[in-house]
Ligand binder design. Structure first.
Ligand SMILES: [Mg+2]
Ligand SMILES: [Zn+2]
Length: 184
């Protein structure tokens, strides 16, 4: 079975600029290339799971979103890093754009996107991780049995009752810990 690191996109891989629409506005977070390379080297799949309610809310279209995602994957590809898959949730129940204005089962912390990856690749949850910068990422991890990293430099409120396995300052620190854990 495969082991996987599930990655949030905004605030983990790239700067969270809020409802990112234009690929030119992608800013990689520091040391993400090094971090992802190191994880790949020890055999982890990399799957991005990202809530993009901006589609449902009418801030950008699925086409806009796919352009941004493609560019990001390309940036990593040119650095010899294959992102194995990317899943996004375009939904929000209070959205205004049909057919995305629904209560779905893929918006984090619901499990839809993780389940998709697990089934497609045959992923062992017990050997896998979730790295995110919102409570919904930690809750997703808890709901699915993944170990979780919470990146602290968040602009979002953090409920201290929602406790991740690890608090870290960035993706690189999370990847270093994952690598250490492989020795156990
Ligand atoms: Mg985020
Ligand atoms: Zn959804």
């Amino acid at each position: 079975m495969e082991k996987c690191v599930f990655l949030d996109r905004d605030g983990v891989l790239i700067k969270d600029v809020g409802y990112l629409k234009n690929p030119d506005d992608i800013i990689l977070m520091p040391q993400t290339i090094e971090a992802l390379k190191n994880l790949k080297k020890i055999g982890f799949l990399l799957i991005i799971v990202t809530n993009q309610a901006g589609v449902a809310k009418g801030f950008f279209t699925v086409d806009d979103l796919e352009r941004v995602n493609k560019r990001l994957i390309k940036v990593y590809e040119t650095n010899d890093i294959t992102i194995d898959d990317l899943y996004f949730c375009p939904h929000h129940e209070n959205g205004i754009v049909e057919p995305y204005n629904i209560k779905c089962s893929c918006r984090k912390p619901d499990l839809g996107m993780v389940v998709k990856g697990v089934e497609k690749f045959g992923i062992d949850i017990n050997k896998s991780f979730m790295i995110g910068d919102k409570d919904s990422d930690i809750l997703l991890a808890k709901n699915s049995g993944l170990r979780s990293f919470y990146i602290k430099n968040s602009m979002y409120e953090h409920d201290e009752n929602i406790i991740p396995d690890f608090y870290v300052s960035d993706l690189k620190e999370a990847s270093d810990i994952i690598i250490e854990l492989q020795g156990d």
